[in-house]
Design a binder for this molecule. Structure first.
Ligand code: BV8
Length: 237
């Protein structure tokens, strides 16, 4: 029977690429050092845009030096192998990095936005943005200054692609969460929706997620080892 697989990735898949995770048991995650309520909400951006923009400039520069790891490459291989068999991979990521795209994953749904894009709050135009973003930058489309923001979904904002995500969940046979802590909604609720739709569910993680009890199967270990091994079981070496 054709395998339609729905994969949700979180910060854990990019951890071995040198991009920090948000919450880790050792308390060294990004949110242990930076207060998300002061840097990842629309209210924070309205109150102190320079601090918020500096936070994303720092992460954009880190991303330029980061390289995809074996887990990203394995998911791109899985997508192409399934397509050759007439099966589908829907890849949804909570991550705002471009490491999936850099390994050839074709249709990535960035439900929390993308760090390498900026959006004009006046004309809604969306543009690639690889350099620092300042509050005085001019929108390349409408020419207004001071209207550009990172194309990132902050707390309290609607995640992107929710209709597409729900449709893909309904059509899939298998739901796999990779490197996701199950701490942030609505992404953390996808596994419960998958179970309600009758999908098998599998967690691939370094440590058990907050919603680990909702998964039929669990594979613990670093993504650069666990994900290529899982892909090889599915589509061979
Ligand atoms: C919204 C972008 C309305 C910014 C981020 C119930 C329903 C709906 C909403 C809520 C709800 N309850 C509360 C809310 C509000 C809130 C929320 O969830 N708050 C939490 C804190 C309780 N949610 C929202 O505000 C969302 N919007 O609700 O709008 C709505 C309602 C319903 C339906 C639609 C809309 C918006 C949330 C998005 C916020 N933006 N990111 C930025 O990146 O700066 S969220 C932030 O956390 C990250 O970006 C990341 O995407 C996300 C989740 O983190 P993870 O990816 O899981 O990373 P984390 O560090 O937590 O975990 C890492 C995992 O990797 C761990 O398990 C670890 O063990 C593992 N790992 C580590 N190393 C490795 C590894 N695994 C493998 N290998 C390794 N080497």
């Amino acid at each position: 029977m054709p395998q339609n697989i729905f994969i949700l990735t979180g910060a854990g898949i990019s951890a071995e690429s040198g991009l920090g995770t948000f919450r880790d048991k050792r308390g060294e995650g990004i949110w242990a050092r930076f207060d998300p309520m002061k840097l990842a909400t629309p209210e924070a951006f309205a109150r102190d845009p320079e601090a918020v923009l500096a936070f994303y400039d720092l992460r954009r520069r880190n991303l330029r030096d980061a390289k995809p790891n074996a887990a990203h490459f394995a998911l791109a291989r899985l997508e192409h192998a399934l397509a050759r068999r007439g099966e589908t991979l829907t890849l949804v990521t909570q991550n705002i990095d471009d490491l999936h795209e850099r390994t050839g994953s074709a249709s990535v749904i960035h439900m929390h936005g993308e760090l390498l894009k900026a959006r004009c709050e006046r004309c809604e135009a969306l543009r690639p943005w690889l350099d620092d973003l300042t509050i005085s930058d001019v929108c390349p489309d409408c020419g207004r200054a001071g209207t550009m923001r990172p194309h990132v979904v902050w707390f309290g904002e609607m995640p992107l692609g929710m209709d597409l995500i729900d449709r893909a969940l309904r059509e899939a046979d298998l739901f796999v969460a990779i490197g996701a802590s199950g701490a942030v909604y609505p992404a953390a609720g996808f596994v419960a929706e998958a179970r309600a739709y009758g999908l098998r569910t599998c967690e691939i993680n370094l440590e058990a997620a907050d919603n680990a009890d909702l998964f039929d199967e669990q594979r613990l270990g670093s993504a650069s080892g666990t994900v290529p091994a899982w892909v090889e079981e599915l589509v061979g070496p």
